[in-house]
Ligand binder design. Structure first.
Ligand SMILES: O=C(O)CO[C@@H](C(=O)O)[C@@H](OCCCCCc1ccc2ccccc2c1)C(=O)NCCCCCc1ccc2ccccc2c1
Ligand SMILES: [Mg+2]
Ligand SMILES: [Mg+2]
Length: 348
């Protein structure tokens, strides 16, 4: 903490971390010294990039230019951005982004290089998606598009985190070898959020569910909220959950490789929150009406329990059991779901 007193711009960075992230701020601040600042800044740089991507009021050409140049912007001392719409939730971060840049430039060059490269890849991926052929209704067509988009915005974060863990010396360098595992860590979180955020995104004019899935159950993406459409909406939801369940083995395999306790907590807690959210949204038609969230008490219990691999596997088993119990024989996906939850993929 004395370091924070000495350095007011670092203190401001942790202020923005806590202001822009409910779920990640706490676990980032628990990380061991060298990694904590690097991952705090990795978060702030990418949240700044995402604040550009998420702003539907920005002119498309201006947005694309910013997304594709953000990896150079983070080296421009003094840069700030005031053109976000008034209700863009994290606009304050970009208004004061010069503070983030100052602290980013104080990181070890090895950490800066990892952050800049992921920023470059993510910014271009977001720009490709924003201007792609399916741009007109911001819809994702195929499951392949869905996987590519989630790779851009979350899988790449997994890549960068594995590289930072390796560069810090707190984890064996081999943690960064298997990019599929690193990618799945981000995909599991992002895909679970996309299911949970259906209604919020629909109301914001955004669609991330792949038409290759929802197209089997509805003419239009918005039909899923209709009360005369419940059975098809329920089936669509289980098809989406099924797609995410496939990622569980790789998530558990990645977690089983982590050695450092603070890194394990940082990696495990978001994944445990996600499997809990996945069980909550499964067969839960409230998803089409509002943003469902796990109760605070359950979240606290999960945080306290997610400190070692055996506990994490037990928690995953518990929520996969919940999904199995909620699975209904009338659901056309009943068998695929029971196969997915029955597999012994928890052997990791
Ligand atoms: O606007 C919002 O609040 C939500 O935005 C979502 C969106 O726009 O789709 C969406 O924005 C994605 C683009 C910016 C990524 C920002 C980010 C998030 C978490 C981090 C954690 C540590 C370090 C850096 C991080 C960077 C979002 O925040 N989705 C939440 C899931 C992202 C997961 C990233 C991730 C990947 C692998 C991980 C592995 C281990 C631990 C944490 C991990 C965290
Ligand atoms: Mg966002
Ligand atoms: Mg976004």
């Amino acid at each position: 903490q004395k370091a924070l007193e000495a350095d007011p711009s670092k203190k401001l960075c942790y202020y923005y971390l806590n202001k822009t992230s409910r779920s990640f701020a706490a676990v980032i601040q628990e990380l061991d010294d060298d990694l904590r600042d690097a991952i705090c800044l990795f978060y702030l740089v990418l949240r700044g990039l995402d604040t550009i991507e998420d702003d539907m009021s920005l002119d498309l050409e201006q947005k694309v230019k910013l997304l594709r140049s953000f990896d150079t912007i983070i080296y421009q001392k003094g840069w700030t951005f005031n053109d976000n719409g008034p209700n863009e939730k994290d606009r304050d971060l970009l208004v004061h982004f010069d503070v983030v840049i100052d602290e980013f430039l104080r990181l070890k060059p090895g950490f800066q290089k990892v952050i800049a490269e992921i920023t470059r890849l993510m910014g271009n991926g977001m720009a490709d998606y924003a201007t792609g052929e399916h741009r007109e209704n911001t819809s994702v067509a195929t499951i392949k598009d869905f996987d590519l988009y989630c790779h851009y915005v979350a899988g790449l974060v997994g890549y960068g985190l594995s590289d930072l863990f390796a560069a810090s010396g707190l984890e064996d360098p081999s943690i960064a070898d298997d990019k599929t595992l690193s990618n799945c860590m981000g995909m599991f979180l992002q895909k679970t959020n996309i299911i949970r955020d259906y209604r919020e995104d629909l109301d914001d004019g955004r669609q991330f569910w792949p038409k290759e899935i929802w197209g089997n159950y509805a003419e239009n993406f918005g039909d899923l909220i209709r009360s005369d459409h419940l059975e098809k909406s329920r089936a669509c939801l289980s098809a989406m959950v099924l797609n995410v369940l496939e990622l569980v083995p790789d998530v558990l395999t990645y977690l089983s490789k982590i050695q450092n306790q603070s890194v394990f907590n940082f990696c495990a807690i978001p994944q445990v929150m996600a499997i809990s959210t996945l069980a909550l949204v499964f067969n839960n038609l409230d998803v089409y009406q509002r943003n469902v969230k796990i109760r605070k008490g359950e979240a606290v219990k999960l945080i306290l329990a997610s400190t070692d691999m055996d506990n994490v596997i037990a928690i995953f088993r518990e929520y996969i059991q919940v999904i199995s119990q909620k699975n209904e024989t009338t659901d056309p996906n009943f068998l695929k779901i029971s196969m997915a939850v029955g597999k012994d993929f928890l052997g990791a």
